[in-house]
Design a protein around this ligand. Structure first.
Ligand code: NAD
Ligand code: DAU
Length: 347
């Protein structure tokens, strides 16, 4: 048996593939278009491992996906492939709809032509808490029953893909599972997202750009915990169900940035003895910025016995350690097109 992981050269997808092959003997085919966010170096440690094969291509290529499903006798697809960065969706929404909506449609079409061949087949769609919109400070956390109220083009495109997955279940009987999780952090995250961006900028002596007042709240999920949740949902989730996955770690952005500065002050003190916190700069807020996300993860705990294992403090320290030990990886991905994006976004 084999699983097909789409978007497996990106942040969460590559963590998932590495984690899967470290804990299971079941082969993996990774399909990834290798956009700016996809990086084959993430999977370098698998070179020569006969259990892993990589195919460059798009989830929207129904014929290609159909061939992969048949030739590898795939028993599950885990769909990570997406455009994933909110700020990029604000400055250019179209690719988000091409990949997250039309790409998912192409992928579902391939699965529709295949799934009847295997009675144990599963399609696991990895989605986000952003589809639920934003919360006031005292509102209860997002449950699976919350209405969809996406506020950014990224969130709208992910919401659309979730609806497509649901429709394929209702209309064609596809054996689907959906997860909606909170902000992931950990090794191999592209340094456009808050935590790796702040580590990268701090070490480079650059400003740490906090949007608005920095009091927006996110729930932080260590990527290893996300991988274990996905394995569990794939193994035991009920078909057609959605599971919210969270880290039980609600923090304001400014708290996160200050915690990173404190860790870096200890692990890589600045030559002049000052704190990295001196580099914090409040910049113009993100348009339509969601104020707070929080996940009610009681369903996955109650029904599947999963809960996150990593505390925020230890997860953040592991993450900082990884970035300090892998500066070559960061240098490699922060070349070329990335620099143009940073220049446009932050001026
Ligand atoms: P990422 O941007 O790091 O990686 C996305 C990967 O998808 C890249 O390797 C890219 O090359 C690939 N890709 C893009 N378009 C493709 C296409 N048409 N066909 C095949 N591959 C394509 O994203 P991530 O942070 O790893 O997120 C993975 C998934 O998890 C996404 O669906 C995202 O919406 C979801 N998610 C992410 C987070 C988070 O905090 N990062 C939280 C909740 C949900
Ligand atoms: O909640 C899940 C989502 O988390 C995923 O679906 C997305 O794919 C993922 O990118 C992430 O979205 P966010 O917008 O929450 O993540 P980001 O890292 O871009 O930003 C986190 C918070 O930090 C957010 O409130 C914006 C703020 N921020 C971000 C950047 C890049 C800053 O203040 N400054 C910055 O430079």
């Amino acid at each position: 048996m084999t699983i097909l992981v789409t978007g497996g050269a990106g942040f969460i997808g590559s963590n998932f593939v590495l984690d899967w092959l470290a804990t299971s003997s079941e082969p993996v085919v990774t399909l990834d278009a290798l956009t700016y966010a996809g990086n084959l170096n993430n999977l370098k440690s698998l070179e020569g491992d006969a259990r892993h094969s990589f195919v460059r291509g798009s989830i929207g290529d129904t014929a290609l996906v159909g061939r992969l499903l048949r030739s590898h006798d795939v028993r599950a697809v885990i769909n990570f492939a997406a455009e994933s960065h909110v700020d990029r969706s604000i400055s250019g929404p179209a690719p988000f709809f091409e990949t997250n909506v039309m790409g998912t449609l192409g992928l579902l079409e391939a699965v529709r032509g295949y799934f009847a061949q295997r009675s144990d087949f599963r399609f696991l769609h990895v989605s986000t808490d952003e589809v639920y919109g934003t919360l006031e400070r005292d509102e209860p956390a997002f449950a699976e029953t919350n209405p969809y109220r996406p506020n950014s083009p990224y969130a709208a495109s992910k919401a659309s893909s979730d609806h497509l997955v649901r429709a394929y279940r209702e209309t064609y009987g596809l054996p689907v599972l959906v997860t909606n999780c909170s902000n992931n952090y950990g090794p191999l995250q592209f340094p456009e997202k808050l935590i790796p961006l702040m580590i990268h900028n701090a070490l480079a002596g650059k400003a740490l750009p906090v949007y608005g007042d920095g009091l927006q709240v996110r729930d932080w999920l260590y990527v290893g915990d996300h991988c274990s949740a996905l394995r569990r949902v794939l193994e035991a989730g009920s078909l057609g169900e959605t599971y919210n996955v969270g880290g039980n770690n609600q923090k304001t952005n400014i708290e996160v940035v200050r915690a990173l500065c404190t860790l870096l002050d200890r692990k890589r003190p600045k030559a002049d003895g000052t704190s990295y916190a001196g580099q914090i700069t409040h910049v113009t807020d993100r348009p339509g910025h969601d104020r707070r996300y929080a996940i009610d993860a009681r369903k996955i705990e109650r029904e599947l016995g999963w809960s996150p294992a990593e505390a925020f403090e230890s997860g953040l320290e592991k993450t900082v350690d990884w970035y300090l030990a892998n500066e070559d990886w960061v240098a490699d991905v922060t070349s070329g097109a990335y620099r143009e994006w940073v220049a446009r976004q932050y001026g």
